[in-house]
Design a protein. Structure first.
Length: 186
């Protein structure tokens, strides 16, 4: 369980930490929000929406027991891979501590390279938007600067199905130990 949480935390931090390279985070009206990074066509088996999520078993209530503050920790990561070699990565997490419920959300867009033979996915982020709220009040809502975007991220993957038959992509970030199960969603 600790390794699974660590893998999820690594993906979160990679999404939000300092970039591996520099790219202009602003998009002109004539430029695609996906950028012009390297891309390959996405195989049919990887196209679509893929989601991973996790939550804590701990829940918080205020000192007024009729007010629910929330689950101690929730997280979801989703990818949409398009046939033309573009992607979106959605991230959301929520924590509840000291009577404060905080949401972090981001949407990253860019291009993707898929190496089916070696089962590798390389994402090239071009733009990202970030939003943070505390107890329902927006604290930040902005496009991320280029030095805040992790431009290049490497994954290894396998495909399969969960016991209930749902298609899955099992992703490992930069060779981390445990794969996260991203389930196909429509």
């Amino acid at each position: 369980m600790k390794k699974l949480f660590l893998s999820a935390a690594i993906i979160f931090l990679t999404t939000l930490l300092v970039a591996c390279g520099k790219k202009d985070a602003t998009v002109s009206s004539t430029q695609s929000p996906y950028g012009n990074g390297p891309r390959t066509p996405v195989p049919a088996e990887l196209q679509g929406n893929w989601m991973y999520g996790q939550f804590s078993m701990t829940e918080y209530w205020s000192t007024d027991p009729s007010t629910y503050i929330g689950n101690a920790f929730e997280m979801a990561i989703a990818f949409t891979f398009h046939a033309d070699g573009t992607f979106e990565q959605y991230f959301t997490s929520r924590t509840a501590a000291n009577g404060i419920s905080t949401y972090h959300q981001s949407l990253t867009k860019g291009t993707v390279e898929i190496d089916v033979a070696n089962q590798k996915i390389i994402t090239h982020a071009h733009t990202a938007h970030y939003k943070r709220t505390s107890n329902g009040v927006t604290q930040e809502d902005r496009d991320m600067a280029s030095n805040e975007i992790t431009v290049l991220t490497n994954y290894t993957y396998t495909t399969g199905a969960e016991p209930n038959g749902t298609k899955a992509i099992y992703l490992k970030l930069n060779g981390t130990g445990n794969a996260l199960s991203f389930l196909q969603r429509f």
